[in-house]
Design a protein. Sequence first.
Lengths: 199, 562
Amino acid sequence: MLILLRRSVVFAVVMMAGTLVYAFIGTGVAQLFFKNQANGSITANGSTLIGQNWKSPAFFHGRPDDAGPYAANAAKHISGGDNPLVANGVPGSSGATNLGPRSKVLLNNTRALVAYWHSMGVNPTPDLVTTSGSGYDPDISPADATAEIPMVAKATGIAPGTLATLIKKETHGPQFGFLGASYIDVLQLNEALVALEHR
Amino acid sequence: MGFFWTIVALVVLLGLSWRYLGSYLAAVFDGRVHFLAPIERGIYRVVGVDPEHEQSWQRYASSLVIFSAISIGFTYLIFRLQGSLPLNPQHLGALPPVLSFNTATSFVTNTNWQNYAGETTMSYFSQIVALTTQQFVTPAVGIAVAIALVRGFSRHGTSTIGNFWVDITRCLLYVLIPIAFCFGIVFVAQGGVQTLAGPVNIHNHLNGVTQTIPRGPIAFMESIKQLGTNGGGFLNANSAAPFENPTGLTNFLSIYLVLVLPFSLTYTFGKMVGSVRHGATLLAAMVIIFGCWVGYTSYAEHQGNPAVAAAGVHQSTGNTEGKEVRFGDTSSALFGVASTSTSTGSANSSYDSFTPMGGMGLMTGMMLGEVTPGGDGSGLYTILIYAIVAVFIGGLMIGRTPEFLGKKIQAREIKLAGLASLVMPLTVLILTAIAVSVHAGRAGPLNAGPHGFSEILYALTSQGNNNGSAFAGLSGNTAFYNIVGAIDMLIGRFVIIVPALALGGALAEKHPVPTSVGTFRTDTPMFVGLTIGVILIIGGLTFFPAVSLGPIVEQLSHHRFF
């Protein structure tokens, strides 16, 4: 019995030390060979892997993970999906709304989002009226971006055809042609849009 | 079309792994792999183990139980002392006692149920030394138990079933650590974060947004989280968060890593008992049920979300609520089924927001006892227990003493198999009944109506099966759910492991009976069907009344919202 206790304690300590070494070596390799990715894919205007709140109609918007249209509508029921990365130096936690498929709150939120998009002149796709799993989905689908063209065209004065070409250029296909879905990084799309305006 | 090729790629990769990794695993546990022998010997010397010395099942089980108890103690202490420990750039304080107890139990039982949000609760030290350590150790323990049970079949007239310390050391050194390390590099290359620096502040001058983005040693935890069928992520959103699971490729590799060891272990079993056909028989039962669940759940998710439909939005892309654009609906459903049919419980989407029938696919995947293909090791030892029940039923039908792999299955074996297969449904159903009967339990759910009941049932099913996924609307961080959940996890892990080891011990003592024309064959399509029947009857019939109060009522509530 005593010898079992001793072995258990020693093995547990060896494993904890071993895992620490594993994580340190892993961090070393990551920082040496993939510095940008390992530090969060940070670019000049934010991480390409973390969604942001684009309020102005002169930009393409991401999915409605931010508080925006929710604010007036039963916001206290939303446990996630409320722009979790607050800007006071303390990160908030990621997460979905976790509203069930027959939730009245989800129904009301969706109706509010549909009304919001219609007021912006957009006929919304499902992605644009539903929140993501992470609460900060950085991407929209090509169809979502296309649906937003009337809003952006009106606010920027850029021709819809030009925006459609831009969307096509910024679309990432599925990896190796079949893994995952086609997507557009909203941050990169808006940076390209700004570059287009300044030309 | 993409989904079709995803399935093809998965089948090819898993098929190759089944054959070659399965064979490699047998070599590891037979002691024929030595490439890290100096480290291996060093560990035995420090721990004080003689690798040549074998243990009886009682000794094996007591080593395992005491080691697990010590691990819970260490993990608990780390959480309680978190504020005074290093690697804590966010200066996070200690976790409260009940949450520490629940989380320590959760990670030591391979459950990884999380009543906390990682990025706002756990220091890097806790994430690495407390959580990641258990993510390595617990799959090794599960696999060791499975191998010990398999030795019961492959050995004759002996009282020993291997050495616990040797089995977990070999599993860690030759299997889990190298594979997790290699895949960790791929996750980082794809965009997974791996740094010891704290959160980063960024300002976007285009839209005036300022964000504080949490970071940490994520990617190398991610690989063992999936490979070890653990499921507890660094971040609250788990594999939905881009820092954990950045691309379609990492999503695919996550699904592969989750499935690879549980499937491959059936080959290891076949090889060790000298009949690969028997391994293929178990594999067939697993694959048939798994395939049906993937098809059914993907179909359900592709039907779209009832609330979104009622708001007047046409959904050609399936149910997008709680799902990430880069994965899409069917890949999210595939991930969900892989995660709940193994004991993993990681999530690349919000399972709470799945359609009623899709959510039922996930819930019932766990209710079948986590055998399709189940967790690392736990899938194999649990399906072997079901197979023994199937042999018993088959034997009753033809009126012969049942045999499995030449070993007579007698009263003692059936009692142990009965105990091991009934303890999970009993625990889950009784605890669910308690939770819906008391105020503290009913206060948990976020959603109203039948979905609220589903959240409670899902939570206790998940913990009783050591899965760890959640209908995450449930507020689990209360004294009630922390304590009830911990009891659920402990019973679901150890009250199956100890009978499984006892079975191994009892079988190892038996001498084989020669095969005759009257022997009930256990390597035929007929036996595959019988095993599937036993799995579906134990899981399906015991849980059907409970499931019909949750997802089934919800599905039938046309045009009603709660």
